[in-house]
Design a protein around this ligand. Structure first.
Ligand code: TRP
Ligand code: SF4
Length: 327
C-alpha cells in the first residue's frame, strides 16, 4: 500500500517558475511513488481575499491548467477542489472547538502576515483559523505525508497538536501527518526579491519566449561589471542564480567565462532565456491544448472530488459517532 500524500495550493492563477521549482516539480515526482491528493485550496484563498473573489474561478482554472501542462497526471494522482467537499468545513468546525486561540496566535506566519498586510483587515476569525482548516484538509483523507515548503512547517506542527488533542478527547483515530521537505530550489525574482506575483517580479510558466527574454534582460547582474571584458562575480548575479537551475550541465563553464570576462552579460542573458524557453516547449504545447477547452479542467476537478468524497464521508461518519452527534 502506497502512503497517502495530501497537499494543496491557494489558487494564485498562472504559476511562475518559483512555484514550479518550489513545489510542482516535486509533486510531479511524488505522483509516481505515493497515493497523491493535490487540491486547490480555494477556501484558504478567502482568508485574505474575501473582498476580491471575482477571479476565484479563473485563478483556479489557470492554476490547474499549469499543473496539468507541467505534468500532473489525473490518472496517477487525484486533483480536486477543496470547496467541492463540504466535509472539510465540518471537520474544521470540530477542530475549531478544541483548538485554543493562543495556539493560533502563536503561529509565526499569522504574526508576520498581520504585520505585512496593512492595506486591509485580516484580523478575522477565518484568517486566524487558517491552520485549523489546513489540518482538516489533510486528515479528512487520512493524509500521512505532506510535502510543503519550510514556511509551512509551523502550520503542520500546529496541525499535529490539534490532531493529538482530538485523539485524546475522542479516541485514537487520526494519524499525525508528517511534513516532507523536498529538495526544492528557491527562485529569486527578477528584481532580487523572493519571486512573487504581488511583487511583479516573476517569470511565469505561461510567458511567451519573447516575454521571458524581456524579463531576463531586466535582471540585475554584477554591479561592478561595467565593460564587457571586466571580470564578473557570478555569485552576486541573479542571472547566474537561474543558470544554476536551467544550465546545470554547463554551469562551471559559464562561471569560468564570466569570471574571466569572456562572456558578456547580454549574451549570458540570451543564453539563459534560451534555456528557460527550451525547458518549456512541452509545457507550452500542452497548455495551448488545455486552454482550448477549459471545460476539461473542471471535469478533472469534478472527477477528483467524486473520487475523494467517499473517503471524506466515511471520516465524518466515524467522527460524528465519536463526538456522540450520531448514535
Ligand atoms: N497553506 C498552503 C499554502 O499556502 C496551502 C494549503 C492549504 C495546504 N491546505 C493545505 C498545504 C494542506 C498542504 C496541506 O501553500
Ligand atoms: Fe551574471 Fe552572466 Fe553577467 Fe556573469 S556574465 S555577471 S553570470 S549575467
Amino acid at each position: 500500500m502506497k502512503k497517502r500524500i495530501v497537499s494543496g495550493n491557494r489558487p494564485t492563477g498562472k504559476l511562475h517558475i518559483g512555484h514550479y521549482h518550489g513545489a510542482l516539480q516535486n509533486w510531479i515526482e511524488l505522483q509516481d511513488k505515493y497515493d497523491c491528493f493535490f487540491f486547490v485550496a480555494d477556501w484558504h484563498a478567502l482568508t485574505t481575499k474575501y473582498d476580491e473573489t471575482e477571479n476565484l474561478r479563473k485563478d483556479t482554472e489557470d492554476m490547474v491548467i499549469d499543473w496539468l501542462a507541467a505534468g500532473l497526471n489525473p490518472s496517477k494522482c487525484t486533483i480536486y477542489r477543496q470547496s467541492d467537499l463540504p466535509e472539510v468545513a465540518e471537520l474544521s468546525l470540530y477542530f475549531s472547538m478544541i483548538t485554543p486561540i493562543s495556539w493560533l496566535e502563536r503561529c509565526p506566519t499569522y504574526k508576520e502576515m498581520l504585520k505585512e498586510i496593512d492595506y486591509k483587515d485580516i484580523s478575522t476569525h477565518g484568517f486566524l483559523g487558517y491552520p485549523i482548516l489546513q489540518t482538516a484538509d489533510i486528515v479528512l483523507y487520512h493524509g500521512e505525508l505532506v510535502p510543503v515548503g519550510e514556511d509551512q512547517l509551523p502550520h503542520l506542527e500546529l496541525g499535529r497538536e490539534i490532531v493529538r488533542r482530538f485523539n485524546y478527547f475522542y479516541g485514537q483515530y487520526f494519524p499525525e501527518p508528517q511534513a516532507v521537505l523536498s529538495h526544492t530550489k528557491r527562485v529569486i525574482g527578477t528584481d532580487g526579491r523572493k519571486m512573487s506575483k504581488s511583487y511583479g517580479n516573476s517569470i511565469n510558466l505561461s510567458d511567451s519566449p519573447k516575454e521571458i527574454l524581456k524579463k531576463v534582460q531586466t535582471m540585475i547582474t554584477d554591479p561592478v561589471r561595467i565593460k564587457r571584458t571586466d571580470p564578473g562575480h557570478p555569485e552576486v548575479c541573479l542571472v547566474h542564480g537561474l543558470h544554476k537551475i536551467y544550465s546545470a550541465d554547463h554551469i562551471d563553464e559559464i562561471v569560468k567565462e564570466c569570471k574571466s570576462g569572456k562572456i558578456g552579460c547580454v549574451e549570458c542573458k540570451k543564453l539563459l532565456a534560451e534555456r528557460i524557453n527550451e525547458s518549456l516547449v512541452d509545457f507550452r504545447a500542452k497548455r495551448a491544448e488545455l486552454e482550448k477547452d477549459p471545460g476539461q479542467v473542471w471535469k478533472i476537478l469534478e472527477f477528483g472530488a467524486k473520487k475523494v468524497r467517499p473517503i471524506a464521508q466515511e471520516t465524518l461518519r466515524e467522527i460524528r459517532k465519536r463526538i456522540n452527534i450520531d448514535g
